[in-house]
Design a protein around this ligand. Structure first.
Ligand SMILES: Nc1ncnc2c1ncn2[C@@H]1O[C@H](COP(=O)(O)OP(=O)(O)OP(=O)(O)O)[C@@H](O)[C@H]1O
Length: 262
């Protein structure tokens, strides 16, 4: 899907509140991601990075504020001064513009690679099986696994499963791709393969990307903007080069020292 660069952010959080019981994870969070931007979220464990991605996938519900995709309210909207839920049918239309790749791949283990990739395009988007299969084959080529079409996911290595998960997310033709620690569960020697695939996607498409990663090299190569989170708030934002070599905020300096060592 082609992003239309009309100045409307691809993603916008307005005063978003998220609580788990008494734990206020996001307290009126505001930020936006421009169309085609590649933004990395960094910050200490528990600062709310994954929660942001899960809110965008509607895997969690916000307790207040607005989340907008291309200017459309996503899960709730204000009617007068009332904060009301958006009906499921309207929500789904917006939801289909967003794809996510998870740390633990989340593939259907009993399906083949091809079945995993075409499942949502056929059942959610209503594509014909033939069209979905043609597209899946192109994507398998793109992620470097053209020969694994009929393999069961349980027969694949972690790196291969993650590449299938990336192909599956792209098969929905998302405008926005969310990547949550996609290399954390992988052995170090195969991390480079997965990063290579994502670097290629970043280079050859205009998909808006929002990623959470502890791989600073990856953040540097793929993203053009880094947001440092602490306690559910953005404490600093900069381009990767500036953020990683010359962080201004004390919390960023401490965090990067802990992550990068030295
Ligand atoms: N389903 C849940 N139920 C209760 N608390 C939750 C739930 N999900 C997240 N939390 C809490 O919300 C806070 C933010 O968690 P989140 O996973 O977003 O942080 P994070 O910045 O992604 O951390 P990490 O880098 O460790 O993945 C944490 O205090 C966490 O314990």
């Amino acid at each position: 899907m082609t992003n239309t660069s009309n100045g409307t952010p691809a993603i916008e959080f307005r005063d978003v509140v998220k609580r788990f019981g008494d734990n206020v994870v996001l307290d009126k969070l505001n930020f936006s991601v421009a169309q085609g931007d590649r933004v990395t979220l960094i910050g200490p464990s528990g600062s709310g990075k994954t929660t942001i991605l899960r809110l965008l996938m509607t895997l969690e519900e916000a307790n207040g504020g607005l989340i907008l995709i291309d200017g459309d309210p996503y899960t709730h909207e204000y009617k007068g001064d009332k904060w009301v839920e958006i009906p499921e049918k309207r929500r789904r239309v917006v939801r289909n513009r967003v794809g996510m790749v998870f740390q633990q791949f989340n593939l259907f283990p009993n399906m083949t690679v091809l079945e995993n990739i075409i499942e949502a395009p056929v059942h959610v988007l209503g594509l014909s099986k033939k069209d979905a299969t043609d597209r899946a084959e192109q994507l398998l080529e793109q992620v470097g696994m053209p020969d694994k079409r009929d393999a069961r996911c349980t027969q694949l290595s972690g790196g291969q499963q993650q590449r299938v998960a990336i192909a599956r997310a792209l098969a929905m033709d998302p405008e926005i791709l969310l990547l949550d620690e996609v290399t954390s569960a992988l052995d170090p020697e195969i991390v480079a393969d997965v990063l290579g695939v994502l670097r290629d996607i970043a280079r050859t498409t205009d998909i808006t990307m929002l990623l959470v990663t502890h791989e600073m090299q990856f953040a540097r190569e793929v993203s053009n903007r880094v947001l440092m989170f602490d306690h559910g708030q953005i404490v600093e934002e900069a381009d990767p080069e500036t953020m990683f070599t010359n962080p201004k905020h004390e919390r960023t300096q401490e965090f990067l020292k802990a992550v990068l060592g030295g």
